[in-house]
Ligand binder design. Structure first.
Ligand SMILES: [Zn+2]
Length: 309
C-alpha cells in the first residue's frame, strides 16, 4: 500500500509520520533537532529518511513521496528566510536535496501551513471552506483557509497571525514591532505574567502546570489566565471580524489541557467581535503533534502524486 513520509521540523524536535492518503498513521517518531549547522541538519534528515525506508521494506510500505514542514519562509521547496532557530541554514534546498538523494517526489512548506493542511484534510476543519488556525505555545503561529484554499500571502511571506497588534506602544516583539498578540497571548507570556504577579521566577513553571492551578482555583493563577484569555480574545476578535470564518481552530499543548481553556476565551470574545459574528465556533485542533507531518502527506497525495498518474 502507498504511504507518504511527512516530516515536521521544529526548533527542538523533529517529528515524522508515515501515513496513507487518508491520514491514517502507520508510524510516528520524534528525534531531537540538536541543530549545529546546515550539513549536520541535512545528514540528520537523510538519516531519518533512511531509517523509514529501511523500515518500509520489512513493513511492506510503499513510500511514494516525502513532505517537509519547516519553521521559516519556504519558496519552491527552498527555505529562503525566517528560520530564526537555525542560524546559517538559509538557503536550504530541501526538496532538491531529498529528490536527488532518494529519487522520490518531495514537497516542502512552512510548518504553520502544514498544520493548517492537516487540520483541514483530516482534523477539526474537515468539512469547512473558511477557517482561522492559531497555535498557542512559546510563540503564536497561524494559518488561514479561505474559500477552500490556504492563504499565506505573496511568496508565502504572510499569514503571521501571531503578529497582529493588540497593544499600541506595547512590549517589543521578536518580529521588530511591538504589542503583538504573540507577546501578550503566548504560553510564555502567561507564565511571565504569573511570575510577575507572585514576584518570583521559576524554570519549572509551564502552561500545563498553571492550567492545573487554574482548575484548582488559585487566585493569582485565575488573574493571570483571565488576562491571557482576554488578550487571546482581542486577537481572535479582529480575525473573526476580518475573515468571518466558519470556525476558529486552536492548537498547542495548553489548549488541549481541558475544555475550560476555550470556555475562558469565549467569556471575552463577544467584547471584541461584531454582534452577528460573536457565536463563531472556537474548537480545539484534533491532530496534536502529528498535524503538520500528516497534513504534508495529505497535500503530497492530493496535489503532487495524483498529478503524476
Ligand atoms: Zn511581532
Amino acid at each position: 500500500m502507498e504511504y507518504g513520509l511527512g516530516i515536521d521540523v521544529g526548533g527542538t524536535r523533529i517529528k515524522y509520520s508515515v501515513a496513507d492518503r487518508k491520514g491514517n498513521i502507520a508510524y510516528h517518531n520524534t528525534i531531537d533537532t540538536d541543530y549545529i549547522d546546515r550539513n549536520q541538519f541535512l545528514q540528520k534528515l537523510e538519516g531519518l529518511v533512511e531509517e523509514v525506508l529501511e523500515k518500509a521494506t520489512t513493513e511492506d510500505w510503499e513510500i511514494a513521496g516525502i513532505s517537509v514542514a519547516f519553521p521559516g519562509i519556504v519558496e519552491d521547496g527552498v527555505v529562503t528566510e525566517g528560520a530564526g532557530n537555525f542560524p546559517g541554514i538559509v538557503p536550504l534546498e530541501l526538496t532538491p536535496f531529498l529528490e536527488k538523494r532518494f529519487g522520490l517526489p518531495a514537497i516542502a512548506m512552512n510548518d504553520a501551513i502544514g498544520m493548517t493542511m492537516g487540520e483541514h484534510l483530516f482534523g477539526a476543519a474537515r468539512d469547512v471552506t473558511n477557517a482561522v488556525f492559531i497555535t498557542i505555545g512559546t510563540g503564536i503561529g497561524g494559518g488561514l483557509l479561505i474559500d477552500g484554499k490556504f492563504y499565506n500571502g505573496y511568496h508565502d511571506r504572510g499569514g503571521e497571525l501571531g503578529h497582529i497588534m493588540i497593544e499600541r506602544d506595547g512590549l517589543p516583539c521578536s518580529c521588530g514591532s511591538r504589542g503583538c498578540l504573540e507577546v501578550y497571548g503566548s504560553t510564555s507570556a502567561l507564565v511571565t505574567y504569573y511570575e510577575d504577579l507572585i514576584g518570583r521566577r521559576d524554570d519549572s513553571y509551564n502552561g500545563q502546570m498553571l492550567f492545573e492551578k487554574y482548575i484548582a482555583g488559585d487566585l493569582q493563577v485565575l488573574k493571570a489566565f483571565h488576562w491571557h484569555f482576554r488578550n487571546i480574545a482581542i486577537g481572535l476578535g479582529s480575525l473573526i471580524n476580518i475573515f468571518s470564518p466558519q470556525l476558529i481552530v486552536l492548537g498547542g499543548g495548553i489548549v488541549n489541557s481541558g475544555p475550560q481553556y476555550i470556555e475562558g476565551i469565549k467569556m471575552y470574545i463577544g467584547d471584541f467581535t461584531m454582534d452577528h459574528l460573536r457565536d463563531t465556533p472556537i474548537v480545539p485542533a484534533q491532530l496534536g503533534d502529528s498535524a503538520a507531518s500528516v497534513g504534508g502527506v495529505g497535500h503530497l497525495f492530493a496535489n503532487v502524486l495524483n498529478q503524476k498518474k
